[in-house]
Design a protein around this ligand. Structure first.
Ligand code: 13P
Length: 339
C-alpha cells in the first residue's frame, strides 16, 4: 500500500534517528533533576549553569559522528551558546536531529498507593504545534513502573500505557516521531526474572494501546529498560544473561515493524550499559528485527558532568569524556565494544 506523504515523513524521520549505527542522547533532564545532579557535583543550580552544561555537550567536536538525535528540555530549546548561536542551530549544523521531552513528570496514581502516572496530556496538541513550528522532529514521553512485591498493578500498567499511546498518536498527528519510554525502574531487590515478567506485560499492554489508537509503528521508536535484576538484589547479572533476557522479552512483545529500539540506561554505570548493549547486538545480530541502539542520559554524560564541575578550564576534558562514551556505545551497537 502506498504511504501518505505525512506517514512517509514520520517513517523517514524515525529511520534517520537510528541510522548508521549511531544512537540518541538524552539531555532533557528537568530543572529539578539537573539541579540535583549539579548539587551533588558542587555546581551552582542556576539557569546559566544549566545552559552552559548543555553547551558543553552540544558543541562537543565530532559528536555528530556518533549521535543521530538529541532529546532536549524546553529550557534548552529557547537558549543559545555563549556566542549567541541557538542550540537548535548548533545541533542542526552537527547533523543531529533535535527532539523534545513532552511529559511533565509523574504524579501519584489515585487509589493505587506507591504507583505513578505521567502528566502532560491536557495541552499536548498546542505544545506539539509550537515545537513542530520551531523545527523539532521527535519527542519523548516517559512512564515510570515500579516493581515492589505485588506491584505494579494492572491499573498502573494500563493507565501509563494508555497515556503513552495517546501521546504517540498526538505526536504523529503533528508530524513528530514519538519515542515511547515505559521505564520499569531498577530500584528494588527483585530478580531478573521478575523484571522480565513485568517488562513483558508492560510492553504487551503498550502495543495493545498503540494498536487501539492507530499509531503507525514504523514512525515510532521504543525506549525500553534492559532486563536487569533490581539494584538492591544480591546477584548481579553478566552481559550474556542480560542480553538473553532482554532479547527474549523484546522479541516476545515488540512488533517487527517498530522503527527502532533505543535503550535508556536507568542508573547502570557507563561501562556496564555499553557491555550489555554490546552483548545484545553481538550475540543476537541475526535475531533482531529492529535496529537496537542507545538513548542514554547518565551512561553517556554523567562522567562529563562530574569532570566539568561548572568550570571553563574543564570543558575540553568533559567533552572528551562525552565523545569517548558516545564512541563506546556506537561500537556496542555494532557488537564491537571492548574495554
Ligand atoms: P538514563 O539513561 O539516565 O536512564 O536516562 C534516559 C532518559 O531519557 C530517562 O527519561
Amino acid at each position: 500500500m502506498e504511504q501518505t506523504t505525512h506517514t512517509q515523513q514520520l517513517i523517514n524521520t524515525a529511520k534517520a534517528m537510528v541510522r548508521d549505527f549511531k544512537g540518541l542522547v538524552a539531555i532533557d533532564e528537568s530543572v529539578a533533576t539537573l539541579n540535583k545532579r549539579f548539587e551533588k557535583a558542587g555546581i551552582p543550580q542556576t539557569e546559566e549553569y544549566r545552559r552552559a552544561y548543555r553547551e558543553v555537550l552540544t558543541t562537543t567536536p565530532g559528536i555528530g559522528d556518533e549521535i543521530n538525535g538529541a532529546i532536549l528540555f524546553d529550557e534548552t530549546v529557547h537558549q543559545q551558546t555563549a556566542d549567541g548561536i541557538p542550540f537548535l542551530e548548533v545541533l542542526n549544523k552537527a547533523g543531529i536531529i533535535p527532539g523534545i521531552k513532552l511529559d511533565e513528570g509523574t504524579e501519584d496514581l489515585a487509589g493505587f498507593p506507591g504507583e505513578k502516572v505521567t502528566r502532560g496530556l491536557d495541552d499536548l496538541a498546542d505544545r506539539l504545534k509550537g515545537y513542530a513550528d520551531l523545527g523539532l522532529k521527535f519527542a519523548k514521553w516517559r512512564a515510570v513502573i515500579l516493581i515492589d512485591g505485588a506491584l505494579p498493578t494492572t491499573a498502573c500498567i494500563v493507565s501509563n500505557t494508555h497515556a503513552l499511546a495517546r501521546y504517540a498518536a498526538a505526536c504523529q498527528r503533528a508530524g513528530i516521531v514519538p519515542i515511547v519510554e515505559p521505564e520499569v525502574i531498577m530500584d528494588g531487590n527483585h530478580t531478573i526474572e521478575r523484571c522480565a515478567e513485568v517488562t513483558e506485560s508492560v510492553l504487551r499492554s503498550l502495543f495493545e494501546q498503540l494498536y487501539l489508537l492507530k499509531v503507525e509503528l514504523g514512525g515510532l521508536i521504543l525506549k525500553p529498560n534492559m532486563i536487569l535484576p533490581g539494584a538492591a538484589h544480591a546477584q548481579k547479572s553478566d552481559p550474556e544473561t542480560v542480553a538473553k533476557f532482554t532479547v527474549s522479552c523484546l522479541r516476545n512483545a515488540v512488533p517487527a515493524t517498530v522503527a527502532g529500539i533505543a535503550f535508556l540506561s536507568g542508573g547502570q554505570d557507563a561501562v556496564t550499559a555499553s557491555k550489555n548493549l554490546n552483548a545484545i547486538n553481538l550475540n543476537y545480530k541475526t535475531e533482531l528485527p529492529w535496529p537496537v541502539t542507545f538513548s542514554f542520559s547518565r551512561a553517556l554524560h554523567q562522567p562529563a558532568l562530574e569532570i566539568w564541575k561548572g568550570k571553563a578550564e574543564n570543558v575540553k576534558a568533559a567533552q572528551d569524556s562525552f565523545l569517548q562514551l558516545a564512541k563506546a556505545n556506537t561500537a556496542a551497537r555494532r557488537g564491537e565494544f571492548k574495554i
